[in-house]
Ligand binder design. Structure first.
Ligand code: FE2
Length: 392
């Protein structure tokens, strides 16, 4: 589709098909081109053009507006502050990166064993779950920020590790015991193990699944439960495996459980599984901005998700989760690198200026201490052609 957009909306990855002035009037020699990098974007922006037409079939489309998420009023368990931070996210980050890599390799190994019919050595889950709890207790936002850097080719394994990290952080904020956190982590690491029986052509299909393919995909829940039967896993862990696609209104699968029939672990895993899938790049979609995904979870509760748990989950990861990009009142743009006591005022590392459209000297700003800076909106790195992976 051809769309005409203001020059401010142009970003790296878009394919330009027409400019609002003849090429004779400006310095660009061609009028049909892919905006390949930030330098090229700057050149177009500096050429005195106000509008361009883009072809959304040959390049990126304009992103959906990232709406602001109102701050939910959430009652915290009384012992939550006692478990609070710990160390700065940046200090915990190297340990979190190593843990994420090892946990991904573990899940991959277990799934390969399941694929060829080898017995699953579930003892290996114990030390990984333990280290996840340790990392989350020191600072959950380090591991959660690492979890955002998933690769499409390793998605199933990395998604399992992300869901485990999010579940441990969620349970920690709710004041659940370490035994419960351990069980939730194990269940989450194994929650999609049944996908080993789903053909890659279905798992990686970019388009819509046929009814038959959808049925095969959905069978991963019962297949996973079968693979893990009689393996001495705690009930909480099995609930994560069997219940992460159930919905409060009974519209989920495989059992169509509703309301009270869904245990707390099932309700938590349903929220976390959807949040992580929405905020990940898939073969068929871009990653959603975290605040947009959280807004959707609020919209879909209480019908599909437990509303109180959704609010607690937002309190857990923040309305601007680590890795989110935000614009500040000064016009500076940066990435959230840590959370403080007030989730409306995280720590932001600024790298760019939205109005001046150039990079700025990186600076870390704790918004809870900054009198003259506040978040005005959530933005997308792609809007400015900023390579997020280099900063997050
Ligand atoms: Fe699943």
């Amino acid at each position: 589709m051809i769309k005409t957009i203001a020059i401010e909306q142009l970003r790296v990855g878009m394919y330009v098909t027409a400019l609002d002035r003849s090429w004779l009037d400006h310095s660009l020699l061609v009028t049909r081109f892919l905006v390949k990098d930030p330098a090229m974007l700057r050149k177009v922006c500096d050429a005195g053009i106000r509008y361009v037409s883009i072809d959304t079939e040959k390049g990126l489309d304009i992103p959906p507006e990232a709406p602001e998420v109102s701050v939910p009023q959430v009652e915290l368990p009384v012992d939550a502050p006692a478990r609070a931070l710990r160390v700065a996210a940046l200090e915990e980050r190297p340990r979190a990166e190593a843990l994420f890599g090892e946990a991904t390799a573990l899940v991959k190994g277990l799934m390969q064993d399941a694929r060829v019919g080898n017995p699953l050595d579930l003892e290996q889950l114990e030390p990984v779950a333990e280290r996840m709890i340790g990392s989350v207790l020191r600072n959950p936002h380090a591991l959660l920020s690492v979890c955002r850097l998933k690769r499409k080719d390793e998605y199933t394994f990395m998604h399992s590790v992300s869901v485990a990290a999010l579940m441990v952080a969620f349970a920690c904020l709710r004041g659940q015991s370490e035994d419960e956190m351990r069980a939730l982590a194990k269940g989450a690491l194994l929650h999609d193990v049944g996908k080993v029986l789903v053909p890659d052509t279905i798992l990686n299909k970019p388009g819509k699944l046929s009814a038959q393919e959808m049925a095969r995909m959905r069978a991963h829940v019962n297949d996973g439960a079968t693979l893990l039967r009689d393996r001495n896993l705690p009930d909480i862990a099995l609930d994560v495996v069997t219940g992460h696609h159930e919905r409060m209104d009974g519209s989920g699968y495989p059992e169509g459980l509703a309301g009270e029939a869904m245990s707390q672990a099932m309700r938590m895993s349903a929220i976390v599984d959807v949040y992580d899938a929405l905020t990940s790049v898939r073969v068929y979609k871009d990653a959603w901005e975290p605040s947009f995904a959280l807004k959707k979870l609020l919209e879909w509760s209480p019908a599909q998700f437990d509303a109180t748990l959704v609010q607690q989950f937002i309190r857990c990861i923040g309305i601007y989760p680590v890795g989110s990009m935000v614009e500040l009142s000064s016009g500076r743009v940066g990435f959230v690198v840590d959370q403080g006591e007030d989730i409306r005022q995280p720590v932001v590392r600024v790298v760019y200026h939205a109005r001046h459209r150039h990079y700025v000297m990186p600076q870390t700003i704790d918004l809870s201490l900054a009198r003259d800076e506040a978040i005005v909106r959530v933005v997308s790195p792609a809007q400015f052609g900023i390579p997020a992976a280099e900063f997050v």
